[in-house]
Design a binder for this molecule. Sequence first.
Ligand SMILES: O=C(O)C(=O)C[C@]1(C(=O)O)C=C[C@@H](O)C=C1
Length: 385
Amino acid sequence: MAASRIVAHPPPYPHRQSPPSDAPPSLNLTLNPKRYRNLGIRASLRGHEEKNKNDLADKPHSVELRATSTPDDVVSRDLLSLPRPLSSTQLSASVSDSSRLRVAYQGVRGAYSESAAQKAYPNCEAVPCEQFDTAFDAVERWLVDRAVLPIENSLGGSIHRNYDLLLRHSLHIVGEVNFAVRHCLMANHGVKREDLKRVLSHPQALAQCENTLTKFGLVREAVDDTAGAAKHVAYHKLQDAGAVASSAAAKIYGLNILDQDIQDDSDNVTRFLMLAREPMIPGTDRRFKTSIVFSLEEGPGILFKALAVFALRQINLTKIESRPLRNQPLRADDSNNSKYFDYLFYVDFEASMAEQSAQNALRHLKEFATFLRVLGSYPVDTSLT
Ligand SMILES: O=C(O)C(=O)C[C@]1(C(=O)O)C=C[C@@H](O)C=C1
């Protein structure tokens, strides 16, 4: 693979040197301490000569690499060896020499999503992405083989953004993985719990530790992902703030764990979906689940009718989620001209599309659904680690 050149941004901190413009590949960090929303690293490459599998390969790629939060020792020890992260503005420069499966996840190293990706695809090359959309795009553009994204949590509920993205993109669900999320409260070495005034983490993680954080009297600050929070606390050597993240994140970013298992329920499980460009061929050799999304005509009892197509065939529903229809959220009511919300229904049911009963149920549903899409038929994850 041809050498890639990183365009250097002038460093905001004088002690950080940017490389000469003709320097061999190296990373330059633009640090942006105030932007909590951008705790991920963005890397883009210019002059990446290798023909990529997507059409962006012909275009010059502007390079921007931004990291908001890393202590010096972590920069030298860990950050330079981190996998190259992807941003939605630049997805093209991530061809790997490795023959390992490349799996996109949202967040930075040490995020639960990274562990879930490793559980779903042991020995994969986990590729960090800034946002959920970036991970979808990366698969669609053939930059990675799969994405592993959270869809629901036993304490916090659904991750709505990913429901919406499932519809907006054309990827297929090829698997699910349940991951036991065990949160730690961490801070810089020497900082005690009594010193903390605030705590940073992903909103879902903060919600999962609601009772504990209230008991500790800590102000919550939401950031993009748990590991990004740990990185931020470490980089800025914060003395009044801690992070809620995994023990792996504490190790990577050199933080001290003050409390373990601080989630409100010890059985805190996040369900992740595995996404691919191609659907998997459904089997009947093991337990399968199928995920669909549909919208309905209006009328009394229509949702009852829709759900009955499964009940009539003894098909168990495992999840139902409704989301407002974005383009035409409001539907006029003929009788009195009032308007009400129109919805998309996401349903998971326990059957494989290879089973006659599932096919019949969907044929029946189509009779009164205004839209129906099968998002995937995939093996049920019965494990919990
Ligand atoms: O921030 C992380 O570490 C993530 O992987 C994200 C995420 C989520 O989006 O729900 C995943 C699992 C946990 O439930 C908390 C956060």
